[in-house]
Design a protein. Structure first.
Length: 198
């Protein structure tokens, strides 16, 4: 286990840039890539391959190169005694888009039937968390998405699409849907406000 962690941490540090600005196709591959890299590290370690050590507190280790000093209580990790496995906290997305904005889009879908004419909407204010604002509503790219990857991480775009279509599907991110002038016009009437909660 130690050697697998040494190998995985040293060679596979992911950056959050994949979720900032204009998003690339790597956004959808980052988690599968991390899983693949973890499996490769385990297989190497099982066959006696060693990794850089000490990986966390070493001179060129994780703390000195990336995070700074921190303490780690491995007793808090998921185990048979505490049953606090990360997989039990996993959520399933109900709609094909970023998880942080699911509730805002569900709200748009609910109120859509109460709006007789979308053209008469004067403004829509979406309150979100600090994280939701930072990754889904702050960047100019989220207000004029050019790719599917950016559109499904754009709070104003998906709220507009939900109000216009009454649904969010993979077709909501087609080139035609992203360039739809009606959606772009509606997005001008949407504002995103950052809350105080994470």
């Amino acid at each position: 286990m130690t050697e697998a962690i040494n190998i995985a941490v040293n060679g596979h540090i992911a950056l959050r840039q994949m979720r900032a600005g204009s998003l690339s196709q790597w956004k959808g591959c980052s988690a599968p890539s991390a899983a693949r890299n973890g499996i490769v590290a385990v297989h190497l370690a099982q066959h006696g391959f060693t990794g850089p050590s000490p990986i966390f507190e070493g001179e060129m280790g994780f703390m000195n190169q990336i995070t700074g000093v921190f303490s780690l209580d491995v007793g808090e990790f998921g185990n048979r005694d505490n049953q606090s496995y990360a997989v039990s906290r996993t959520l399933t997305k109900m709609l094909p888009m970023n998880g942080e904005k699911q509730t805002a889009v569900w709200a748009a879908l609910v109120v859509r039937d109460r709006i007789p004419d979308i053209e008469e909407i004067a403004s829509v204010q979406v309150d979100t968390t600090r994280v939701g604002y930072a990754f889904l509503g702050k960047d100019p790219d989220k207000w004029r998405p050019a790719t599917r990857e950016t559109a499904d991480h754009s709070l104003p775009y998906t709220v507009a699409r939900a109000l216009l279509d009454g649904e969010i599907t993979t077709a909501s991110y087609s080139d035609e849907a992203i360039a739809d002038p009606v959606a772009l016009d509606l997005m001008k009437r949407i504002s995103v406000r950052k809350g105080t909660r994470r």
